[in-house]
Design a protein around this ligand. Sequence first.
Ligand SMILES: O=c1ccn([C@@H]2O[C@H](COP(=O)(O)OP(=O)(O)O[C@H]3O[C@H](CO)[C@@H](O)[C@H](O)[C@H]3O)[C@@H](O)[C@H]2O)c(=O)[nH]1
Length: 226
Amino acid sequence: MVTFFNYTPTYLDHVFSSTVYLCLLFCIIIFCSQQSWKILLLRYFNPVGAHESGRIGDDPKGVPAQLIPFICHVAVGRQREVQVFGNDYDTRDGTAIRDYIHIVDVASGHLNALNKLLDTGFSGWKAYNLGTGKGHTVMEILETFEKVSGKTIPRHVVARRSGDAVAAYADPILAEKELGWKATRGLLEMCKCHCGYLEMLQRDCWKCVSVTVVILKSYKGIVGNV
Ligand SMILES: O=c1ccn([C@@H]2O[C@H](COP(=O)(O)OP(=O)(O)O[C@H]3O[C@H](CO)[C@@H](O)[C@H](O)[C@H]3O)[C@@H](O)[C@H]2O)c(=O)[nH]1
């Protein structure tokens, strides 16, 4: 079981986590070279969801590597099925656990952090975990997404993905104590917002297609066959 506690060393056996760790070291070096710097490092866990309005969200180009964007691609027919990377982990249903956090909670964590930076009493550097402190398995994510979207998400269990940890979730206590921040949105809300954004994307895609057809039709009217 891997838990990222505040101030414990980051997992270094993966290019992603080692890059995060290097950025942390870089910030500390900046602070050591000039101690007037005030630095806050926010470690988010797995940010997902979209703005409640359904107008702002994530639509990665190409084939997404992350679980929830990939599920969304399956939901809209861009991919055929989700590959579940391993169901032989030592967890409640055998699939790996992550701490998923709503992007609006991540945004509010930034606002609290900015307020701390403006606080004249603060100096130096500090790192905070922005997570819910709760983990969900891959199967729980799939089931919640299906419940919220009303769509069946085809899935197929394959081998574990190289470098994946069995479980990673935050200890957000320090952020709660010192930034006055706590994640308030659960998995159901994250999936709902993601679905709302998907629907908007699909509606707007149709708008784009209709606009293109109108343009092509007018063009055809001027120059003949297009
Ligand atoms: O198609 C997929 C994608 C993911 N997973 C699983 O879903 C969980 C979450 O995966 P993901 O969304 O990729 O998050 P993390 O595994 O926490 O990955 C984070 O950490 C990785 C390195 O540690 C980075 O490469 C990623 O960009 C970053 O999102 C993991 O157990 C994966 O094995 C699947 O089963 N199928």
